[in-house]
Ligand binder design. Structure first.
Ligand code: S3P
Length: 448
C-alpha cells in the first residue's frame, strides 16, 4: 500500500530496563476538536499543548481553507480566529485530510449544513475507509454527496442550503459519527438529537458545552440521548489540551513487558470514555498504578506509573469496555503475547475499519513473530507465550497505520530477536516524538 511519503523501515531490538519520565504529546481527539470548534466560534480561541502530528496539522490547514485564521505561535501554542457557526467559506482547493478519519469525518459534519461544496481526499489508507457512516446522517440534514464506489473518498459534499434538524441513532459505536452529526446540527435551526447505544468518547459534548452551546445528555433505556440546540453563537475559548492516553499506552505497555522497567507517564487524562486499556492491563496483573489522582479542566487526571510485570495472565476483555479502548487493542495484543494463557477480545468489529484492518494487521505480524492468534469477524484471541518466550525476528507490515507500527516497535523491546516494521512513517500522524521519547527511556529503535 503506498502512502504519501517515503517508507521508513524501523527495527526495535531487545533492550535493558526502560526508566524515566515519558511526556507524551497532546490528545489527538481534543486537538482536532479545538481547531474545528475554534473555527466555528466568533473571535480568537487560544490553544496550548496542541498535538502537532500530521493528522491535526491537516485539520488546521482545512480550517484555514474554510476561512478561519489559524496561527502557530510555536511550542504547541496556536490560535484560531473563527468565522462563526455557518460562516465557512467554500475552499478553492480539494481538502486533503491525509491519514485522518477523525479529521475528515468531523469536518464533513461541520460543513454539511453550510451552503458550500467541498471535495475531500486522503492518503491510500483514508481513501479505503467507509464514509457512508457520515454521508447517511448528513443527508438527513439536506446535504448530498458523490464519492467512489463503497462510499469512499475522494468525495464531494454539497452542503445543505436550508438545513433541517435531525434525530439520529448512531448505528455503530463511533464518536466520529456522533460528532459529525452534532457539528452538522450546530447550523440547523431547532434541536438535533443524537442517540448512542454505547457510550463513546464524549469530548465533543464536553467541548460544545464549554464553547457555550446548549447541549444536554440523558442516560435512558435507549442509550445516551444528546440534545443540541442549533445556531448558537459559539464563544472563543482558552484550551489546554491534555496529554493523550492513547499515546501514553505505548510507553506504559513497553514498561510492562520490558524486564526491570519503571516508567512514569505524567498528566494523563483518565476520562472514563478513554481509559479502558489501563483497567484491562490491571486485570491482567500489570503493575500499573495511578499517582496524584486529581481533576484538571473538569477531567480526571493522574500520573501513570508502569513497572515490569513478569506474571501477566491472559484475560477476557470486557466487550462493554471496547469503545473506551478502541485504539489500544493493537498494543494490548502485544502485551497479551507476553502473558500466560489466552487474551480474548470480543465485540471489536470496528477494529476492521480503522487506519488498517487492525485485527488482520496485528494477527499477521504476531504470527510472523511466533505468536498464535485466532480471529473471527468481531473477535480475536491472542495465545500468550509468557515472558521471555516470544521469538520475534520478523518484519511486520504497518499498513499505513501509526498504531500498528508503534505496537510492533514496543513488541521488539522484549522479544528474543529484534522486530522490524516495513514503514514507520505513519507514526508522525499521532506521535511525532515517539522515537526520541522511547530512546530517552532506553529503547533501541533504529531506522534500518
Ligand atoms: C476518535 C474516535 C474513534 C478513534 C479515533 C478518534 C475521535 O473512532 O478510533 O482514533 O476523535 O472521535 P470511531 O469513533 O470511529 O470509533
Amino acid at each position: 500500500m503506498s502512502g504519501h511519503g517515503t517508507p521508513i523501515p524501523m527495527t526495535s531490538s531487545p533492550c535493558g530496563p526502560l526508566s524515566g519520565e515519558a511526556h507524551v504529546p497532546g490528545d489527538k481527539s481534543i486537538s482536532h476538536r479545538s481547531l474545528i470548534l475554534g473555527a466555528m466560534a466568533v473571535g480568537e480561541t487560544k490553544i496550548s499543548g496542541l498535538l502537532e502530528g500530521e493528522d491535526v496539522l491537516d485539520t488546521g490547514k482545512a480550517m484555514a481553507a474554510f476561512g478561519a485564521e489559524v496561527i502557530n505561535h510555536g511550542g504547541g501554542n496556536w490560535s484560531v480566529h473563527g468565522v462563526g457557526v455557518g460562516g465557512f467559506a467554500e475552499p478553492d482547493t480539494v481538502i486533503d485530510c491525509g491519514n485522518s478519519g477523525t479529521g475528515v469525518r468531523l469536518i464533513m459534519g461541520a460543513m454539511a449544513t453550510c451552503d458550500i461544496t467541498v471535495t475531500f481526499t486522503g492518503d491510500a489508507s483514508l481513501n479505503g475507509r467507509p464514509m457512508a457512516r457520515v454521508t447517511d446522517p448528513i443527508a438527513l440534514f439536506g446535504a448530498t454527496s458523490v464519492g467512489r464506489s463503497g462510499g469512499r473518498l475522494p468525495m464531494t459534499i454539497v452542503g445543505a442550503a436550508n438545513p433541517v434538524p435531525v434525530r439520529y441513532e448512531v448505528p455503530m459505536p463511533s464518536a466520529q459519527v456522533k460528532s459529525a452529526v452534532l457539528l452538522a446540527g450546530l447550523n440547523a435551526p431547532g434541536q438535533t438529537v443524537v442517540i448512542e447505544k454505547e457510550a463513546t468518547r464524549d469530548h465533543t459534548e464536553r467541548m460544545l458545552a464549554g464553547f457555550g452551546a446548549e447541549i444536554s445528555v440523558q442516560e435512558t433505556n435507549e442509550g445516551r440521548v444528546i440534545t443540541l440546540t442549533g445556531q448558537p453563537e459559539l464563544k472563543p475559548q482558552t484550551i489546554v489540551v491534555p496529554r493523550d492516553p492513547s499515546s501514553a499506552a505505548f510507553p506504559v505497555c513497553a514498561a510492562i513487558i520490558t524486564p526491570g522497567s519503571d516508567v512514569l507517564v505524567p498528566n494523563i487524562g483518565l476520562n472514563p470514555t478513554r481509559a479502558g486499556l489501563f483497567y484491562a492491563l490491571q486485570s491482567m496483573g500489570a503493575d500499573l498504578t495511578f499517582e496524584h489522582e486529581r481533576e484538571e479542566g473538569g477531567e480526571p487526571v493522574a500520573d501513570l506509573r508502569a513497572r515490569f510485570s513478569p506474571n501477566l495472565k491472559g484475560a477476557e476483555i470486557d466487550p462493554l469496555r471496547a469503545a473506551s479502548m478502541i485504539d489500544e487493542y493493537p498494543v494490548l495484543s502485544v502485551v497479551a503475547a507476553f502473558a500466560e494463557g489466552d487474551t480474548v477480545m470480543k465485540g471489536v468489529k470496528e477494529l476492521r475499519v480503522k487506519e488498517s484492518d487492525r485485527i488482520d494487521a496485528m494477527a499477521k505480524g504476531l504470527r510472523a513473530n511466533g505468536v498464535e492468534v485466532e480471529e473471527g469477524d468481531d473477535w480475536w484471541i491472542v495465545k500468550g507465550r509468557g515472558h521471555g518466550n516470544v521469538p520475534g525476528g520478523a518484519t511486520c507490515e504497518s499498513f499505513l497505520d501509526h498504531r500498528i507500527a508503534m505496537s510492533f516497535m514496543v513488541m521488539g523491546m522484549a522479544t528474543q530477536q529484534p522486530v522490524h516494521v516495513d514503514d514507520g512513517s505513519p507514526i508522525a500522524t499521532s506521535f511525532p516524538i515517539f522515537e526520541p521519547l522511547m530512546a530517552g527511556l532506553g529503547a533501541a529503535i533504529t531506522r534500518s
